[in-house]
Ligand binder design. Structure first.
Ligand code: AMP
Length: 550
């Protein structure tokens, strides 16, 4: 009787409570797709080829090695590496043993890398041989690293002077061992990625095993990226950008052949690896695909195996979607997401009812950022939080929520979601009656150039430091190759002479070279909001179509 009452009042499902862990992905691939290949480009001419079972063996050895180095559950391990098999192994070994994989973006300015590694309190840093001099330059300022591990094919000492330096192939040079995958909670952290897409210092986004697994699962489904055992998947998006958009998890989960293209991102290299390996689906930012298009135009090439190219990180221009389809029979999947969203939020795929639309209408829909994938809720609101209609023309602040969307940044007390759990993305968008979202503007003070962030505020602060500059404002200007480039508007001190060159030279050595504004415009005044902030939306409108003069 008591048992019946209990069952009635507390009707839990009677399923096994198996935790969703990252290790289950590679374990599954080992047991069910063990002979499926992983191709890794290790330098301009050489590839390393093995399969999921062989990768799993090396991952298990790496887990042993990390244990021997004293890594504890929850410890952060940094990587500074391109897309290759060792980085892949680190993805799985670190998370599977209970550590936190911290992928660092090597394109950041040295000071930012130092800040990020110290903030994360990384214990071990794995780095590609090509970053040796960077590491030597900054190692004295990295306060928490106990061991450095160089990722190179040979085991010998690389000839660089660095204390506590180990070699990757040396530490995993041990007998094949079978280990039980460590078990812990699916809500435990498995990886960490800093985003500079906010104001102030870069912010850490801490993913859990569960969020990573669910996101990869959703990514693979037919109406999202449609990844299966017949796919040949190549993440061109770097593995230090938001988990390579989940592809390094979705591919082994689906039994797909995985191709890791190394560091060469020029049109020719990408073209050759696509054709050598029979890629069916790849993903990256528009800048990379523009280089591929230009190269193919030049050599009259073709990419016959490719069905889909996923373009995201910045808006995919309609002309690019059209070129890929008309010239190369490739359907672009325009996708939108954020580091804070693991990252995938929407994909633009036409619905069956759209088959009747004209070619131009279909193209217009494909150029939108697309519809929410299962797991992501999405709304637009005005500045007071009032819901805006889904009519395709009203625009508002784009807000999202879901199980793979961040609630708060690493080591920050304040949540970044409102009372109802909505995260304000900083993008401004419309949503139509079919749920197709289109980004129309960005309210955050950052500029995206070639898939990487540039802080307009940092640039303004530097400019203001010039004795002849009274006020400065940096806005993003549309650029065909890079999507956006920074334009600096300055009010100079009328009493003194100041040239454009002088202003630009002032940035040298203070920021990464690619952050330096492309152009400087001297103005008499800058518009402000009622609270005294620069009114950038007005300036963006005013300078729309501005041609960089350099
Ligand atoms: P990140 O966190 O570096 O991945 O950057 C996320 C931001 O990139 C978004 O909030 C957008 O501002 C921008 N973004 C990403 N994908 C797209 C896209 N398809 N179209 C336009 N902007 C995009």
């Amino acid at each position: 009787m008591i048992r019946e009452i209990f069952l009635r009042s507390n009707m839990l499902g009677l399923m096994q409570n198996k935790q969703l862990l990252v290790s289950s992905i590679i374990d599954f691939a080992d047991k069910n797709y063990g002979d499926v290949e992983i191709i890794s480009k290790v330098n301009k001419t050489e590839k390393f080829i093995y399969n999921y079972s062989e990768a799993t063996n090396r991952i298990k050895k790496l887990i042993q090695a990390l244990n021997k180095l004293g890594l504890k559950k929850g410890d952060r391990v940094a990587t500074l590496a391109w897309n290759d098999h060792r980085h892949f192994e680190l993805y799985y070994a670190i998370s599977s043993m209970g550590g936190v994989l911290h992928t660092i973006n090597p394109r950041l300015f040295e000071e930012q890398i130092i800040y990020i590694a110290n903030h994360a309190e990384d214990k071990i840093l794995f780095f590609d041989e090509s970053f040796s001099s960077l590491i030597c330059n900054i190692s004295k300022k990295l306060l928490t690293i106990d061991h450095y591990v160089i990722m190179q094919s040979h085991k010998s000492n690389p000839g660089i002077k660095l204390e506590n330096l180990l070699s990757y192939e040396n530490i995993i040079d041990q007998k094949n061992i079978d280990i039980e995958w460590p078990q812990f909670k699916e809500d435990d952290a498995c990886s960490l990625c800093y985003t500079s897409g906010t104001t102030g210092n870069p912010k850490g986004v801490l993913y859990s095993h569960k969020s990573t697994l669910l996101h990869a699962w959703a990514t693979a489904t037919p109406d999202t990226l449609g990844i299966s055992s017949s796919s040949v998947v190549m993440p061109v998006v770097p593995m230090f950008h938001a988990n390579a958009w989940g592809l390094v998890y979705a591919a082994p989960m689906s039994g797909s052949k995985l191709v890791l293209p190394g560091s060469e991102m020029d049109g020719k290299s990408i073209y050759e690896i696509i054709n050598d390996e029979g890629i069916t689906i790849s993903a990256g930012v528009p800048t990379v695909w523009l280089m591929l298009l230009n190269y193919m135009d030049e050599i009259k090439g073709s990419i016959d195996t490719v069905k889909n190219l996923v373009i995201g990180g910045s808006a995919a221009p309609k002309s690019m979607i059209k070129d890929f389809f008309e010239k190369y029979n490739v359907t672009v999947l325009h996708a939108w997401g954020m580091t804070e969203m693991s990252p995938l939020g929407t994909v633009s795929r036409l619905l069956p009812k759209h088959s009747k639309l004209s070619y131009e209408e279909k193209l217009n829909l494909s150029a939108k950022q697309g519809r929410a994938i299962f797991g992501v809720e999405m709304i637009i609101t005005d500045d007071d939080g009032k819901l805006m209609p889904r009519d395709g023309s009203s625009f508002g602040n784009l807000k999202v929520r879901g199980p793979w969307i961040t609630e708060r940044y690493f080591k920050e007390d304040e949540p970044i979601v409102d009372k109802e759990g909505w995260f304000n993305t900083g993008d401004v968008a419309t949503i139509d009656s079919d749920g197709f979202m289109q980004i129309t503007d960005r309210s955050k003070d950052v500029i995206k150039s070639g898939g990487e962030w540039i802080s307009s505020i940092d640039l303004e602060n530097i400019a203001i430091g010039h004795e002849k500059i009274l006020e400065a404002c940096v806005i993003g200007i549309k650029d065909f190759k890079w999507d956006e480039r920074p334009l600096l508007l300055v009010i100079k001190d009328k009493k003194s002479e100041l040239t454009k060159k002088e202003v630009l030279d002032f940035f040298v050595g203070k920021v990464a070279k690619w952050w330096i504004p492309d152009d400087v415009v001297f103005v008499n005044e800058l518009p402000h909001t009622a609270t005294g902030k620069l009114l950038k939306s007005k300036l963006r409108d005013e300078f729309k179509g501005y041609k960089i003069n350099n």
